[in-house]
Design a protein around this ligand. Structure first.
Ligand code: GUN
Length: 292
């Protein structure tokens, strides 16, 4: 069997097009421009690349982009002041504080200081709780992107066995909540899971989000299963995922490549969340196809 390759790069482009369409309509019909603020503390090169890319794509979609770059030794209280300013700014509908933050700053405190309605990362404790209880929430971007691709490929997901490998707050846990919301039977596996190969072999859907290069071999994959690879690992100047692509592609029905799979969907979903937050803030209908 040769797996269908799920083209995240192309999918992300369609999401960005949809976003741009909604943005144009908001502007024409309501005179509203969605605004996204990204806050970066310090000079982590990877974070700087992300932030620049976010800014460019935000502007390309017709939205307002604000970047607040703060020195690495910025105090927590100063950062909280910046967040409070952005919370109070009616032209800003989405706020993202780039992680990781320097060790002297309590990241949890900062995240929970963001207005939950502007929390386009979906990391605020209220949004985490809303997602877990099936209430309308802001949903973390990477799992939202995975869900969009799964829905596109499968249509109805109900009753499918889903195994999420990894239990992070950013991907694993919210991914599991989203799949539960789709009525999948969900297992969260992690480093202490007993007999991981057997657990993964049951899955119709495998989402790998552990950050260990190529740790899932093809013989763990049930023939025809869908494999979503969230991993981005640099190995000897090559980017690889958390699954061994060639052997998994030989077993799977569909698979996301690395690069060009989940990665491009994350920023596209950040833009989608910003439009969603903007529509909610103004009591307007939510953008179709861009929410969980
Ligand atoms: N750093 C790496 N990924 C992310 C993300 O999705 N959101 C934020 N805020 N920081 C990150």
């Amino acid at each position: 069997m040769t797996a269908t390759v799920i083209d995240g790069k192309a999918f992300a482009a369609t999401v960005r097009e949809k976003v741009a369409g909604h943005v144009a309509r908001l502007s024409e019909e309501h005179g509203i421009v969605p605004g996204l603020a990204v806050v970066l503390v310090g000079e982590d090169p990877a974070s700087e690349v992300y932030v620049r890319s976010k800014g460019k794509q935000t502007v390309a979609a017709g939205m307002k982009s604000v970047e607040r770059k703060l020195a690495a030794d910025t105090s927590e209280s100063k950062l909280l002041e910046v967040v409070a300013e952005l919370n109070a700014d009616p032209t800003i509908h989405g706020i993202l504080v780039q992680l990781p933050l320097p060790p002297h700053i309590d990241a949890e405190a900062v995240i929970n200081a963001i207005d939950p309605a502007k929390d386009v990362d979906g990391f605020h404790i209220l949004n985490v709780g809303r997602l877990g209880t099936g209430q309308k929430a802001m949903v973390p971007c990477t799992p939202l992107g995975c869900l969009m691709m799964l829905r596109d490929h499968h249509g109805d997901l109900s009753g499918l066995d889903a195994v999420v490998i990894g239990r992070s707050n950013i991907v694993g846990k919210p991914m599991a909540q989203l799949l539960l919301g789709e009525s999948c039977t969900v297992t969260i596996a992690h480093s202490r899971t007993k007999d991981l190969p057997e657990v993964v072999r049951r899955a119709d859907i495998v989402v790998a989000a552990v950050g260990r290069p190529e740790m899932v071999p093809g013989d763990w994959i049930k023939p025809g299963a869908t494999v979503i690879d969230v991993g981005i690992n640099r190995v000897e100047d090559r980017l690889v995922g958390d699954v061994d692509y060639d052997s998994c592609a030989a077993q799977a029905g569909a698979i996301t490549p690395v690069p060009g799979g989940v990665g491009p969907m994350t920023i596209a979903c950040l833009l989608a969340n910003t439009v969603t937050a903007c529509c909610r803030a103004h009591g307007l209908a939510e953008p179709e196809g861009l929410t969980a």
